[in-house]
Ligand binder design. Structure first.
Ligand code: HEM
Length: 410
């Protein structure tokens, strides 16, 4: 963590009686800085106004973030990027509000249901082992590059029926979009915009192809044939859904796995515990997802409101600061500690709550569980190297790289 605090209350400044900070949510910081800085900030106030970008509220504890996830009449999804209140894109289902939002989830839920994920488990496991086999004899790997980026992408593109050769291009586009979202750096912002255009063009071509050459039992063909309420899905809706799926399905698992593998590298007792009790891995993964949660999404205030003492105006943006809420001391005892035996962690907000609860949460959980199982089967003991040099970035938290080393036995 950095020596000087990155987020500080600006003395003498208030907005409607609530504290004010300046915090660049796109910056690169030493590993774990975001979580630790947010812990400090939450200790001072549950809600602050951040002057970064055009300014936005930050909800920091479980109670406020949970309430906002459930109240679309005040906290609308018209924009979900806090630094872009008037987006020139429309992600579906992300930016739909109830009741229409439900029509889209009805179409999208089945391929990502617990059962659908269970049916794919063998394939997912195969992909995990194939990737690990490529570097297990080397004794050293950049985990983010060689595994965390590649494995969820391969799994996800297979579910969608897209060719794996497109994977490097997809990963590059998705990274550019996240790097540019709301960034004040014009180069990053332009690269992000260009990547969104490129993703859209990719799916325009795919849509034309699936209409001309429908395939049986294939995700995108099924989507072209689906209905939203009483109407056949429009081309525009189809494209807006595809854009979201690619953005939500690839980078998130990559980012989350980085934190999990780093934790298990640095905490050999926790690693030994799940080596001894592999049935504990699902619980362990969920606990690590809670402590190192990564998504900092936004909502747009739809009507003037007084929320927990802060006067919010229609049109203002609000960050639902999940990486802070999942470590709220009023909800969890010793919240920053990974504890596989805790009984108070069910219902955490790392995958959100309410109507927009993560569509891919069953898939993501299964991918991470399998990754840990297969990694530890082959590489039970390993260390992270050059941890002091590790960096993370926002607004969706993720490690830039993670070098791991282990002893190779003949
Ligand atoms: C560890 C991995 C993941 C985490 C931590 C995560 C977290 C989240 C969170 C917090 C939201 C709520 C966003 C909001 O309401 O503004 C969300 C929504 C969403 N996630 Fe995930 N996600 C992960 C993986 C995935 C995967 C693998 C998919 C692939 C299908 C996916 C698809 C989606 C979609 C489509 C939404 C929008 C849902 C809606 O608006 O109804 N996510 N995710």
């Amino acid at each position: 963590m950095s020596e000087t605090p990155v987020i500080e209350l600006i003395e003498g400044q208030q907005k409607g009686g609530c504290p004010v900070v300046h915090f660049d949510v796109n910056q690169q910081l030493p590993i774990h800085s975001y979580h630790e800085e947010l812990d400090q900030l939450r200790g001072q106030a549950p809600i602050v106004w951040n002057t970064y970008g055009g300014g936005f509220w930050m909800l920091l504890n479980d109670e406020t973030v949970r309430a906002a996830f459930h109240d679309h009449e005040v906290f609308s999804s018209d924009s979900t990027v806090v630094t872009v209140p008037e987006p020139n894109w429309h992600w579906i289902p992300t930016m739909e509000n109830p009741p229409r939002h439900k029509l889209y989830r009805r179409v999208l839920n089945p391929p990502f249901s617990p059962r659908a994920v269970r049916d794919r488990e063998d394939r997912i496991r195969q992909h995990a082992t194939d990737f690990i086999d490529t570097f297990v004899a080397d004794g050293r790997v950049n985990f983010v590059e060689a595994f965390a980026k590649e494995y969820p992408t391969k799994v996800f593109l297979e579910i969608l029926g897209l060719p794996h050769e497109d994977s490097p291009q997809m990963v590059e586009w998705v990274e550019a979009v996240f790097g540019g979202l709301g960034s004040e750096d014009p180069v990053a912002a332009k690269a992000g915009g260009d990547a969104q255009v490129a993703i859209n063009a990719y799916f325009v071509e795919l849509l034309a192809d699936r209409k001309a050459n429908p395939r049986e039992d294939e995700f995108f063909t099924d989507l072209t044939r689906s209905s939203i309420g009483d109407d056949p899905i429009s081309d525009e809706d189809f494209l807006n859904i595809c854009n979201v799926l690619i953005l939500a399905g690839l980078d998130t698992v990559k980012s989350q796995l980085g934190y999990i593998m780093l934790h298990l590298a640095e905490n050999p007792d926790d690693r030994q515990r799940i080596l001894d009790e592999p049935d504990l891995i699902p619980v362990a993964v969920d606990e690590m997802v809670r402590v190192y949660s990564i998504v900092m999404d936004g909502r747009k205030v739809a009507q003037d409101t007084e929320f927990h003492g802060c006067p919010m105006k229609a049109g203002e943006m609000v960050m639902l600061t999940v990486p802070s809420a999942t470590r709220d001391e009023t909800k969890y005892a010793n919240p920053g500690k990974v504890d596989f035996d805790r009984t108070d962690s069910t219902g955490h907000l790392a995958f959100a709550a309410g109507p927009h609860k993560c569509l891919g949460n069953h898939l993501a959980r299964r991918e991470m569980i399998i990754a840990i199982e297969e990694w530890l089967r082959r590489i039970p003991h390993y260390q992270a190297v050059e941890v002091d040099a590790l960096r993370e970035t926002g607004p969706q938290l993720g490690l830039e790289e993670l070098w791991l080393e282990w002893e190779v036995t003949a």
